[in-house]
Design a protein around this ligand. Structure first.
Ligand SMILES: Cc1cc2nc3c(=O)[nH]c(=O)nc-3n(C[C@H](O)[C@H](O)[C@H](O)COP(=O)(O)OP(=O)(O)OC[C@H]3O[C@@H](n4cnc5c(N)ncnc54)[C@H](O)[C@@H]3O)c2cc1C
Length: 493
């Protein structure tokens, strides 16, 4: 009797121990599975587009990058290996504000990097370690907490780090080369699915190809980016003759070397078309730096005045008058650097379903700027296009990127057009773009590559004599052409 009781207890104890041994790990694993953020959500057979609204394309799959570093690495490496095996192409997307299908390959896999956006600041070294999907509108508020700001970026905050580096963007930072100059190093997942560190000393050639490389050499995983101090800037604006713009700009910079941001805007209203410009400058000044807050100064009024100039000569004349008279209102006002940089493209974006905003940019050596302005004055009115805006930015020589658009100090002319979404309007825009590229090339300048693919291949090779070698190196580093997009498809073959 006693023996039976002991055996029963023994069996029970064994079951209990076994139960504990099994139940604990099983519960733990179930809990871990539930808590674990699921890997990429893949969207099959999606229709995608970019900021042009003219690139609706069916792709095989959209894969969203994982948020966590190690999981993202495994996910992207596996994706590349699978693509190599199946022959499918991978295009890489940040915020998709490029306009020529640079993030899209028909029938391909679109890798969306947006959720890969971690940030870690080393404030003693002024270096931001950042996931390539992070947008400036996430980075600026993060840096603001530490009194820091982005060193070089576009004039708006809507773009991703990966996209900005892959086009080698530039902005209102005078006396500065494009963003490539602020990249200390980056990690790239190459065509074999391997993670490589690239910098000016490690994988040097690949580093220069990836800066301004349009996603053709691999996936930029994360970046060490040089940052700068967030300071107070005092605004001063001047109305100048457009023909004197470079002289006025240089005189200002000589007298005010602490100018942190500066740009020009040329009038596009038909009365005295392109004869005047407003030079806007922001000089470092003393005072306590306030924390960033959502301010959006008069955004609704500024938008209404701006959009009112679309398809309207009256609206264009009115806008220029208002912009000129607001010069005295802005003069002397102070802003933090982060406030000035933290504005999204949506403030002025076209929301009319029948139209879209199309950008062009031309990089002109400074000695040729007056001649370029003259050529624009006589050329643009001959075409059926609706020009809404021209800004002018100073860009210094770029010594870092392979597919370089600033071989010397240049002034970038950014033009914004309101374009009807029709075949005829697209043909008119193509004709104008080709003409303006020809003029730029004749002045030893170049055009910017992230916009519509209107340039002929011959024009691309003239504006970027290094393009053939760039495409050959692409095939050296990515022999199966796993990474591709519409830009590569049009110009590489
Ligand atoms: C309204 C507007 C204003 C603009 N203003 C400026 C300006 O002031 N200055 C300026 O220089 N440019 C300007 N641009 C152009 C802009 O800089 C580019 O379109 C830039 O690519 C936008 O970043 P994105 O994140 O949208 O890039 P995307 O369009 O998503 O990608 C651009 C390219 O980068 C590649 N890419 C993206 N992420 C990665 C990654 N992680 N790894 C590898 N490749 C990647 C893509 O494949 C693609 O080829 C403007 C564009 C618009 C629409």
């Amino acid at each position: 009797m006693k023996l039976r009781l002991t055996t029963k207890r023994l069996v029970l104890a064994v079951f209990l121990i076994l139960g504990l041994l099994v139940i604990r790990p099983v519960t733990f694993l179930i809990y871990t599975y539930i808590k674990d953020p699921k890997a990429s959500k893949s969207l099959r057979s999606a229709v995608v587009n970019d900021a042009s609204q003219l690139n609706r394309t069916k792709v095989d799959t959209v894969v969203k990058a994982h948020k966590e570093i190690n999981r993202a690495i495994t996910q992207i490496s596996d994706l590349i290996k699978e693509a190599n095996a199946s022959g499918k192409k991978i295009s890489i997307a940040g915020a998709q504000h490029s306009m020529g299908g640079h993030t899209i390959y028909p029938g391909g896999i679109l890798l969306d990097m947006n959720s890969f956006n971690y940030m870690l600041l080393d404030s003693t070294a002024d270096v931001l370690n950042v996931g390539s999907g992070a947008l400036w509108n996430q980075i600026i508020p993060y840096l603001d907490q530490y009194g820091k700001s982005v060193a070089v970026m576009q004039s708006n905050n809507s773009f991703s780090v990966g996209g900005s580096i892959s086009v080698n963007c530039h902005g209102w930072q005078p006396n500065s080369p494009p963003i490539a100059s602020t990249v200390i190093s980056l990690r790239l997942i190459n065509a074999k699915g391997e993670v490589l560190s690239c910098s000016r000393t490690e994988n040097k050639e690949l580093f220069s190809l990836v800066l301004g490389g349009y996603g053709l050499f691999g996936v930029i995983l994360d970046v060490k980016l040089r940052v700068t101090d967030n300071k107070i800037y005092k605004a001063e604006q001047f109305v100048v003759k457009s023909a004197d713009y470079v002289r006025e700009f240089e005189q200002w910079m000589e007298k005010n070397p602490t100018t942190g941001l500066a740009f020009g805007r040329i009038n596009i209203n038909p009365d005295h078309f392109m004869e005047e410009a407003i030079l806007s400058t922001y000089v470092v000044t003393d005072g306590p730096v306030q924390k960033l807050h959502q301010k959006n100064t008069f955004a609704a009024i500024r938008r209404t005045v701006f959009r009112g100039s679309a398809n309207s000569e009256y609206g264009k004349n009115l806008r220029w008058k208002l912009e000129k008279s607001s010069v005295s209102l802005v003069d002397g006002k102070t802003f933090t650097r982060n406030e000035l940089l933290n504005e999204g493209v949506e403030v002025f974006q076209n929301t009319n379903q029948n139209y879209t905003d199309i950008l062009h940019e031309y990089f002109i050596p400074k000695a040729a700027v007056p001649e370029f302005i003259k050529a624009l004055q006589s050329t643009i009115p001959k075409y059926r296009v609706d020009l809404l805006n021209i800004t002018v930015r100073n860009v210094m020589t770029d010594k870092d990127s392979y597919l370089n658009y600033a071989h010397q100090e240049v002034f970038g002319f950014v033009m914004l057009f309101n374009q009807k979404r029709s075949k005829e309007a697209e043909a008119d825009m193509q004709a104008l773009t080709r003409k303006l590229i020809t003029i730029s090339i004749s002045l030893n300048g170049a055009y910017y590559l992230p916009y519509r693919l209107h340039a002929t291949k011959e024009q691309l090779l003239k504006a970027y004599p290094q393009a053939s070698a760039f495409f050959e190196l692409k095939r050296k580093y990515d022999p199966t052409e796993a990474f591709s997009n519409s830009f590569y498809k049009v110009y590489a073959n």
